[in-house]
Write a protein that binds this ligand. Structure first.
Ligand code: FAD
Length: 574
């Protein structure tokens, strides 16, 4: 159904079993699970899907090796199981990645865990070889029955320095282990939304719809596109608005103090020597202040992050100059001799972790586990509100399952099926071997008469959904975007037609990785807006307004210089 059809269906039938507020990964996961149970469910987000913390993660599907030190064995075990499920269910979008940890001492950090247990640890001290070896052994042990990646290893100082040319020579060893990378995390979220709607005619998802209030049995919604307000009458509200949970509960006149969010920023740098030093793996390391930070390869760029700073208002979270100084400072320490400076930064992003409210001093020690906080019905709101506090990207499915189980008990309904083995989007019927993948690509190329290289690109981007994208792009005159030829005009039109695109920015920074890779310039904005406008019926004034808004967003929130966003080739879209 098109967006306007969903809005009018909801307006004419406002009763719904569950309203999920927040289309980040936790809200989306819950939406899908409820849809599968045949529950009528509406998901709304005040912005685009996966535009909050779910767009700002380090893109790791990981067990969280450092949580072992906090004694959070249950969380690590669950995260590793979920990481493996992501690798299996979304093989087109989640890939095993080798991590290298440079280690500077042998025995240091051995007291972190007992001190934490005794409540005496204010800030963890540097972890040495023994602690890291112990952690990695446990990590491998947790996944022994269902191994989806290689196991850990220790590298001698000499081997590590040979493999990673600029690594700090003061290391005594390096350790390597596997986790996974989700380069286009936002696309995974979107595909789950589409899967859920395809699964159930009673499941609808609307981006750019804000919860503004509640009264008795009703929740007020404001459509950001038409500026109209309307109401729904849910039996249960799942508040999955992440760092905004307390704001949403207050808007519904049920004030809470569940969240103590911390913001985290990343920068994306264009630095071939740094990419070369990573040599295909991520470097995960401990900075002098006890924070674990990362250099991760991302196509031809490197992502560097992240900070962990308390913040009150998530709408103000942006990567600051001080955070950039922090990143450049630790790069100098971990990879001395590699000159990385501001001129290499092509993009930055920031988001707020929806962590539980706590008085722990050091943000890195706040648990990354999740919980469901229940506000029982009362005279103000006649429905219960289940607030989803915490949770990592990696664990969204398990969190959603636990939430769905609670909701089903409340509704008196039985679970029909689970999500543990459910393929996600283009992970459906995914060819398993290299030969099968090649055969798949060749068949799709023959069916559509598209060149094999083009179908390969689409397959790498969309998994088996590439068949649909290829058919669409082949069914009319197409051409590559002049300044970003790895995307084509009809591919952008496909996204507009099938992927709930409302604004130009949805495509530039979430449906595609054009923004993240720093590949957006004035021409790309112009050509993409024109392609979208053709499908979405934008007037020339709307096209200009969309370009202006996205350009402002890229400058203000992602550090893209205004000069780069000027139109450089006026005939690029002629
Ligand atoms: C810097 C950083 C690095 C991270 N790295 C990793 C990692 O590598 N791996 C990992 O597993 N996890 C990681 N995480 C954690 C993970 O990203 C988050 O825990 C997860 O994305 C939270 O998802 P969410 O759905 O709860 O919240 P969000 O994604 O923030 O979604 C909440 C949504 O609610 C919407 N909303 C707010 N108010 C309203 C309203 N009034 N009406 C309607 N909608 C509303 C917002 O627009 C938003 O889209 C990281 C987080 C950060 C910040």
């Amino acid at each position: 159904m098109k967006r306007e059809e969903i809005v009018s269906a909801v307006r004419s039938q406002p009763e719904v079993d569950v309203l999920v507020v927040g289309g980040g990964i936790n809200g989306i996961g819950t939406f899908r699970d409820l849809a599968l149970q045949g529950v009528s469910v509406l998901l709304v987000d005040k912005a685009d899907f996966c535009s909050g913390a779910s767009a700002a993660s380090s893109r790791m599907a990981h067990g969280g090796i450092r949580y072992l030190e906090n004694g959070e064995f249950r969380l690590v075990r669950e995260s590793l199981a979920e990481r493996n499920r992501l690798l299996k269910n979304a093989p087109h979008a989640v890939f095993p990645l080798l991590f290298t940890i440079p280690v500077y001492g042998w025995w240091s950090g051995i007291l972190n865990a007992p001190l934490k247990f005794l409540g005496l640890l204010k800030r963890p001290s540097e972890r040495g070889v023994v602690v890291i070896k112990l952690g990695m052994t446990l990590y491998d042990w947790f996944t022994r029955a269902n191994r989806m990646t290689g196991t850990h290893a220790l590298l001698s100082r000499q081997d590590a320095l040979q493999k990673h040319s600029h690594l700090n020579p003061n290391i005594v060893m390096a350790a390597t282990y596997y986790d996974a990378l989700m380069p286009q995390a936002e696309r995974i979220g979107l595909e789950i939304v589409l899967d859920a709607e395809a699964e159930s005619p009673q499941a609808h998802a609307l981006n750019y719809v804000t919860v503004t209030g509640a009264d008795g049995e009703s929740v007020q919604l404001q459509d950001q596109v038409s500026d109209q307000t309307f109401a729904v009458r849910p039996k249960v509200v799942v508040n999955a608005s992440g760092a905004w949970i307390d704001f949403v509960n207050s808007a519904m006149h049920r004030p809470t103090r569940f969240i103590g969010g911390t913001k985290g920023s990343h920068i994306v740098v264009d630095h071939p020597a740094l990419l070369n030093t990573l040599n295909g793996s991520a470097i995960f390391f401990e900075n002098k202040d006890g924070r674990m930070c990362i250099f991760a390869p991302f196509e031809d760029k490197v992502i560097i992050g992240a900070t962990d700073i308390r913040i009150e208002n998530p709408d103000e979270a942006v990567c600051t100059d001080e955070e950039i100084d922090y990143f450049l400072g630790f790069t100098e320490h971990v990879l001395p001799g590699l000159k990385v400076d501001r001129s290499h930064i092509v993009y930055h992003f920031c988001g707020v972790r929806p962590l539980p409210s706590t008085d722990v001093d050091f943000a890195g020690l706040i648990s990354r586990d999740h919980s469901i906080q229940v506000s029982e019905p009362n005279e103000v709101t006649r429905f219960p509100i289940y607030s989803l506090v915490g949770g990592k990207w990696t664990t969204f499915r398990a969190f959603a399952e636990q939430t769905t189980d609670r909701v089903l008990v409340f509704l008196g309904r039985a679970r029909r099926g689970g999500t543990a083995d459910l393929p996600i989007g283009g992970g459906e019927a995914y060819p398993q071997s290299d030969d099968q993948r090649q055969a798949w690509i060749e068949t799709a190329a023959a069916d559509t008469s598209l060149p094999t290289e083009r179908v390969t690109t689409l397959f790498e981007r969309y998994g088996t959904r590439a068949a649909e994208v290829a058919r669409y792009t082949a069914s009319g005159a197409d051409r590559p975007l002049a300044s970003a030829p790895m995307y084509s005009e009809r591919e952008i039109m496909f996204l507009a037609e099938h992927e709930k695109v409302v604004h130009l920015e949805d495509v530039i920074v979430r449906r595609s990785i054009l923004g993240l890779l720093g590949q957006v310039n004035g021409d790309v904005l112009q050509q993409t807006a024109a392609a979208l406008g053709g499908v979405l019926g934008w007037t020339p004034e709307q096209v200009e307004a969309e370009i202006g808004q996205t350009s402002a967003l890229l400058q203000q929130w992602h550090g893209v210089p205004a000069e780069r966003l000027q139109l450089r080739a006026p005939d690029a879209h002629a």
